[in-house]
Design a protein around this ligand. Sequence first.
Ligand code: SAM
Length: 289
Amino acid sequence: MNKRVSSPKTMQDVIRRHQFTLKKSLGQNFLIDENILNNIASAADIEEESYVLEIGPGAGALTQVLASRAKKVLAVEIDHRLEVVLKDTLHHFENVSVRFGDVLKLDLHQLISEEFPPDVAVTVVANLPYYVTTPILMKLLTDVLPINTIVVMIQKEVASRLQAVPGEKSYGSLSIAVQYIAEAKIVMTVPKTVFVPQPNVDSAVIRLDVRPEKKVQVADEAFFFKLVRASFAQRRKTLMNNLINNLYDKDQKEYLLTVLEKVGIDPSRRGETLSIEEFARLSDALGSK
Ligand code: SAM
């Protein structure tokens, strides 16, 4: 089929023709708004030299837009039932390769090297399945892949966490992990009505630009993340209580007080008030554990 599957009517026709039933458990909320699809591709600056990794092509609505602008699109889909649908909707694009599997389990290094020329910078574009948004983002950001930009649709509430700063309700370990590696920006918010079926929550498109250098330098990255997670474990507790309950023992309180004093952080503050720079200072002063 040569038609775009970006209108409610064309999407319905495709779904009906292939007797496809959408699975809620796989986060299958398909986009049916041409403008939004175009805006996503534009927000990612997709042009004729772009190499794009799409996660979850679904029936191919976004894939069609990306393929009409990019050099090549590699789409990774978990649901094998969509193979016939994608063969139908993408058959006139020669620059799309669809691979089936769980993006969280696949070796993306290998996939990228098999599908794209060496040394290209990859742009990730997706309408992400909401049940696995955070693990997918964390995998893309921490697997040291040749990715420079990520433009994805996610739940509005998660989007606000990515940009959050100390003191805000949505500030947490995800905010720190993302801001450590990338610069986050909300491109637009999107109403539920442009999906079939409609999800329960509103969405937002975000853009992450991977920083050439991490936002802060830390001696032990793994310990830095451990410290951040422990500090946010119980949001209402003080930093000191969270560290004792989740990372250290009660008898190490004196040691913790000395280190906190040395780096100028009041032990009665809550983790949610600490900036990424303060976490980095504390992490280096405590050393690894
Ligand atoms: N891109 C399409 C669109 O915008 O209409 C579909 C987006 S839909 C929100 C999410 C897609 O991700 C579905 O096709 C779903 O089957 C797929 N998916 C869910 N979990 C996945 C996983 N772990 N790995 C790869 N794809 C996944």
